[in-house]
Design a binder for this molecule. Structure first.
Ligand SMILES: *[C@@H]1O[C@H](CO)[C@@H](O)[C@H](O)[C@H]1NC(C)=O
Length: 368
C-alpha cells in the first residue's frame, strides 16, 4: 500500500514536470517568451497583456505553435497592420526596449517578425543565427544598431532577411552568401559600409536584393549577374564606384534596376537599354559619360527611365521615338545637344525632362 502511494506520487510529479503532452507549450518555450516580453515595452496597445497563463500556444498575441509538437513556431508582431487593435487605439505600433537573446532558446522557431515598432534598439542577438529552422527574419522599421550577426550564413533555410530601416552598421558579413534559400534580401536604409561581397552571386534563389541608402563602397559585383531569378536590384544612394557591368542587361527576369546616387562612371551599357524586360531604370546622379546608346525599338517599355544628373553627351537617340511606351523620362542635367525626337513616347513629356543640357531644342523646349 505504502509502496503504491510512493509510486503514484512519483508518477504525478513526473507528469507535472514534463507537462501534459497535448496541452500547451513547453514551460521552457513559455519562459523564453516571457524573457523576450520583459525586455520590451509596448505602452499603447497592450498586446503583451495577452501573454499570460500557462499555455503560450493559445491566445498569446502574435505567437503560434506547431500543432503537433506544441513548440513555438512563429512570433509575428507587426507595428503597422490592419488588425482591429490598431484601429481601436487609433495609432500605429510603438515599442522600446531590445530583443532578448532568450529567443534563441526557441529552437523550433521558423518566423520572427518584429516589424515597424520604431524604437526597439540594441543589437540583433548573434545567437539568432543558430536557430536551425528559421525561414523569415523580419526586423524592419526599428532602431536596431550594431552589426549583422557574423554567422548569419548558418541559417540555411532562411528565405526572407529584412533588416531595412534600422541603424545597423559594419559591413555585410561574408557568410551571407551561404544563405542558399534566400529569396528576399532587404538591408535598405541602414549604416552599412564596406563592399558588397564579391561572391554574392552564390545566392541563386534571390529575386529581390535591396541595399539602398547605406554607405556601401566598391564596385557592383559581376557575380550578381549570375542570379537568374533576380527581378529587383536596388543599390541606390550608396558610394558605389566603377562601371556598370554590361551583363546586367542580359539578366533574364531583371525588371527594376536602381543604381541612382552613386559614383558610377564609364558608359551606359548598350544591353541595359535594349533589354525589353527592364521596365524601371534609374541611373540618375552618377558620373556616367558617353552617348545614350541608340538601341531602342518597338518593344522598348519603360515606366521609368531616369538618366538625369550625369555627363551624357551627344544627341537623344532617334530610336527612342519608336518605343512602345516611356512613362517617366528624365534626361535633364547632362550635356546633350540637338533636336528632341518627335513621336508618341515624347508627347506627354514636359520641359523638365530635358532641362539643363547644353543645346537641346524642339518641343517641349524652344524651337530649333
Ligand atoms: C531616380 O533617382 C534620383 C536620385 O537618387 C531620385 O532623386 C529620383 O527621384 C529617382 N527618380 C524617380 C522617378 O524615382
Amino acid at each position: 500500500m505504502r509502496m503504491t502511494g510512493v509510486l503514484l506520487v512519483t508518477a504525478l510529479a513526473l507528469l507535472l514536470a514534463v507537462g501534459s503532452p497535448v496541452n500547451g507549450c513547453p514551460p521552457s518555450d513559455r519562459a523564453a517568451l516571457l524573457s523576450f516580453k520583459a525586455a520590451l515595452n509596448e505602452p499603447y496597445l497592450g498586446i503583451f497583456n495577452s501573454w499570460s497563463g500557462s499555455d503560450c500556444c493559445t491566445n498569446w498575441y502574435g505567437v503560434s505553435c506547431d500543432p503537433e509538437t506544441k513548440r513555438v513556431a512563429d512570433i509575428i508582431l507587426r507595428g503597422e497592420s490592419e488588425d482591429p487593435i490598431f484601429e481601436k487605439a487609433g495609432r500605429s505600433g510603438y515599442m522600446t526596449g531590445s530583443i532578448s537573446p532568450s529567443l534563441c532558446q526557441l529552437d523550433r522557431l521558423t518566423s520572427l517578425v518584429l516589424a515597424d515598432w520604431k524604437d526597439i534598439s540594441g543589437e540583433i542577438p548573434p545567437c539568432l543565427a543558430s536557430l536551425p529552422h528559421l525561414r523569415i527574419l523580419d526586423l524592419i522599421g526599428n532602431k536596431l544598431s550594431g552589426d549583422i550577426p557574423a554567422d548569419i550564413g548558418k541559417l540555411s533555410r532562411l528565405t526572407v532577411l529584412n533588416l531595412a530601416d534600422n541603424q545597423i552598421s559594419g559591413s555585410i558579413p561574408p557568410s551571407i552568401v551561404n544563405l542558399k534559400s534566400l529569396m528576399h534580401l532587404d538591408l535598405s536604409n541602414n549604416k552599412l559600409c564596406g563592399e558588397i561581397p564579391s561572391d554574392i552571386g552564390k545566392l541563386s534563389m534571390m529575386s529581390r536584393a535591396l541595399l539602398s541608402r547605406n554607405q556601401l563602397t566598391g564596385p557592383i559585383p559581376c557575380s550578381l549577374t549570375n542570379i537568374n531569378r533576380l527581378a529587383d536590384l536596388d543599390l541606390s544612394m550608396n558610394q558605389i564606384t566603377g562601371s556598370i557591368p554590361g551583363q546586367l542587361g542580359s539578366m533574364p527576369v531583371l525588371s527594376t534596376l536602381n543604381l541612382d546616387s552613386n559614383r558610377l562612371s564609364g558608359e551606359i551599357p548598350t544591353s541595359l537599354l535594349s533589354n525589353t524586360g527592364l521596365n524601371i531604370l534609374n541611373l540618375s546622379r552618377n558620373s556616367l559619360e558617353g552617348n545614350v546608346p541608340d538601341v531602342f525599338g518597338p518593344k522598348t517599355y519603360f515606366t521609368l527611365l531616369d538618366l538625369s544628373y550625369n555627363n551624357l553627351r551627344g544627341s537623344i537617340p532617334k530610336s527612342l521615338s519608336c518605343a512602345k511606351y516611356i512613362g517617366h523620362l528624365d534626361l535633364s542635367n547632362n550635356h546633350l545637344c540637338g533636336a528632341i525626337p518627335v513621336g508618341s513616347p515624347f508627347d506627354h513629356l514636359e520641359a523638365s525632362s530635358f532641362a539643363n543640357n547644353d543645346c537641346l531644342c524642339g518641343t517641349p523646349l524652344r524651337t530649333c
